[in-house]
Each structure stands twice: as structure tokens, then as C-alpha cells.
Write a protein that binds this ligand. Sequence first.
Ligand code: SF4
Ligand code: SF4
Length: 277
Amino acid sequence: MCKYGLVNRIIPFSCVDGPGNRSAVFFQGCEFRCAYCHNPETQNLCTSCGVCVSQCPTKALTMGDKGVLWNSELCCSCDQCLNVCPSHSSPKARWMSVDDIFQELQGALPFITGITISGGECTQYHQFAAKLFDRAHELGKTAFCDTNGQLPFREMPELTAVMDMAMLDVKAWNDERHRELTGKSNRIVLDNLNYLSEIGKLYEVRTVIVPGLLNNEETVEQVSRHLAHYPEIRYKLIKYRPWGVRPPLEVQPPSDQYMEQLRTLACENGANEVVLT
Ligand code: SF4
Ligand code: SF4
């Protein structure tokens, strides 16, 4: 189905999802199961189990013939439904058309430089995303893809052609560690790193730093060696924070000092621009 995409939520204004002031569209569903995922409610599709319905304090949720119905006008955004969902899903996800999305963004359009699609994993809707990006360009907006790299961009030519740039997570360089963290191999992720770099469509690589869980030094060293050949691509090192992580991880966020050590390591290995956040 490419007329519609299942949207978890839309943020009209964001300054952390790519360059400039952007609108961010988060899609529902992801094949990775990252232990540190801070928006686990985007991982799966709703199973219509009904658990969330009785927990909604404003009666914004009801059970219909085809599953849970969400009344946005009654919703107070307490997120209780997300907290109780046993399936890491959301009853608020909506199938939306390109028209629906731009209708919702109408008020924001005069003030943004572009849109970014994220998730979940936005490339699961790559045909729909290509149409969304076509419309963004017609309106004079840039189109960025925030991706975990689980699907090969080489095999999504429509999306790859129309997107301006991508931001790619490289969560772990070592395949075994990547499997432990996400449940999947990093083989396609690393191929996307090479491919998007070669075709000039990679704006940023991102690595979340989690001491005690990942071999951060190895990933930072290998990614920055790669980026030494592409000085136009920046490298963002993201401090692990426990917000939203379910179940909680038995690890502490990295210190500022450790983050600075990793920045130094990345620069020594040739990364041109390293950003800490
Ligand atoms: S966020 Fe969920 S639980 Fe809270 S009011 Fe809205 S639908 Fe109900
Ligand atoms: S959102 Fe979660 S709790 Fe609610 S019906 Fe769907 S699967 Fe069940």
C-alpha cells in the first residue's frame, strides 16, 4: 500500500531532526528492537488487544469493529495508553495520505525549511515517502530521511532519488554487538553507510553512546575512519539518556568527560565535524 503511511505522530517544529527548522513525521513500525529505544511505542503495529481502552482517563479510546478508535479532541496527551500497551504500540497511530499530512502541516509550512521523516523506521513506507517528498519539493521544502538503515537504499530507488539527504544511525560496528542491541545484523546498515556516502546523500551519521552495553570506542573509531574520506558528512555522538526506555536499562549515561574523549578519538581518526549532544 503506498497511498497511505501509518503515522505515529507529527511534530510541526523541530530543530533536532536535521538542518534548520523542520517538521518531523514519525512513522509506526521498526524491525530493530534496540534495548535503549526511547520511543518504544513506535516499534509495532497495534494488535487491538484493548488493554489501553479502559486505562484512558478521558475516554478518548473506544473499541470499534476494526480495532481501537482514538478521538483526538478528547485526548489530553497523558500517554497513559503508551505506558500500558504490552505490544510497544500506540492507539493514536493513523493511516494518513500525503494530503492528510500536508493539511496537518499547513500552519507550519511558512516557517519551516523542510520535512524530516523518522520513526519507528520511515523506510518501511519508502514508496509512500517518495510521494511525500515529491510534494515537499513542489512546496519548496527540503526532504530528509532519519533512518536506522535496516532496509537497503540501493533497493529503494524512488526514495533515494527524491530525498535530499539522510541521517543514518550506526549503532554498533561489530555485527555481534549490533545483533545483541537490536536483534538484527548491521550488514545492511554498513552497506547503506558506504552507498549513501558515495552518492553524496549522507548528511549525518549518529551513534548513541552507552557505556557498559556497547563497545563505543570501536564504533566511533571505525565510523570516523570512514568519514575521513567524506569531510562533508558530520558525525553526531549522542549521550544515552534513560527517558522513555522500557524496560529500564541497568546502565548509567556517559559522563561529559567520556563524550569528550570519544570526540577526540573521532577527530584523531579523521572525522571532520563531530557534534556532541
Ligand atoms: S494519551 Fe492515550 S490515555 Fe491519555 S488521553 Fe490520550 S488516548 Fe487517552
Ligand atoms: S495500542 Fe497497545 S494496548 Fe492499545 S489496543 Fe493496541 S496493542 Fe492493545
